[in-house]
Ligand binder design. Structure first.
Ligand SMILES: Nc1ncnc2c1ncn2[C@@H]1O[C@H](COP(=O)(O)OP(=O)(O)OP(=O)(O)O)[C@@H](O)[C@H]1O
Ligand SMILES: [Mg+2]
Length: 223
């Protein structure tokens, strides 16, 4: 589905990521760890075609990343939902409209019942008409998850989704990703939080990708 074959990436200086060979199989659940600045966000950007490899081959669904047309890239983006590290919203639009935005910008009318179900699932139904600046950190993250899944993507990439959340809210958010994985979605979550990884591993067959010495490799079971 997303497959790296000796992929390297450089922003212009030396290589930040080198010689990555791995596959994110359909239905898999991965955590991505590594120190700040190691390249977690960069790796995720490669996964959704925001950045192109500077060496090696990266396959996104059926196509090689560097040979995708603009249309192909748009298709890839539709199949991958992203929860960004600093989730941004349109502050003048209510939460419900922000969550539905990927649909409305692609010219589709959100189904009211579906949107309500989605907001109930993330626990934001009572805040449907609130404006984003009034949300707490955990509420913002849950809104970002809802927005990432509204197009029914096959893959969900989340960049430090629990970064500013307390332990209870982090676990609550992680449960959403576990549920999505049980529905068959492929999940990748970048996080520093080893406790969260350990706790989640009890609920789902999650594997850990670690960025170390510019390589992204599967960590052993020693976590
Ligand atoms: N657009 C860019 N141009 C040049 N260098 C960049 C760019 N974006 C990121 N970098 C550099 O690449 C390195 C990796 O950045 P990245 O954001 O991928 O790390 P990260 O692992 O996500 O870090 P954090 O845990 O702090 O979010 C950093 O040294 C960063 O300064
Ligand atoms: Mg980052």
């Amino acid at each position: 589905m997303i497959s790296f074959d000796k992929v390297g990436y450089s922003y212009g200086g030396g290589e930040l990521l080198s010689d990555i060979s791995l596959t994110l199989a359909p239905g898999s659940f991965h955590f991505l760890t590594g120190p700040s600045g190691a390249g977690k966000t960069t790796f995720l950007k490669l996964c959704y075609g925001e950045l192109l490899p500077t060496s090696g081959r990266l396959t996104l669904f059926e196509g090689e990343a560097r040979s995708l047309s603009r249309n192909d890239v748009a298709m890839v983006r539709r199949r991958i939902g992203v929860v960004h590290q600093d989730c941004q919203f349109l502050d003048h639009l209510p939460v419900a409209a922000n969550i539905a935005l990927p649909l409305t910008v692609s010219g589709k009318e959100p189904d009211v019942a579906d949107l309500e179900d989605l907001m109930t699932w993330v626990g934001l139904r009572p805040l449907a008409d609130a404006l984003p600046p009034s949300l707490s950190g955990g509420e913002r993250q849950r809104a970002a998850v809802a927005r990432a899944v509204i197009m029914s993507p096959e893959v969900i990439l989340a960049d430090e989704p629990t970064g500013n959340l307390d332990w209870e809210m982090s676990q609550r958010l992680l449960r959403l990703f576990v549920e999505l994985n049980r529905m068959g979605k492929t999940i990748v979550i970048a996080t520093h939080d080893m406790n969260l990884i350990r706790t989640t591993k009890g609920q789902v067959a999650a594997r850990v990708l670690r960025i170390q010495n510019r390589r992204v490799q599967l960590a052993g079971a020693d976590l």
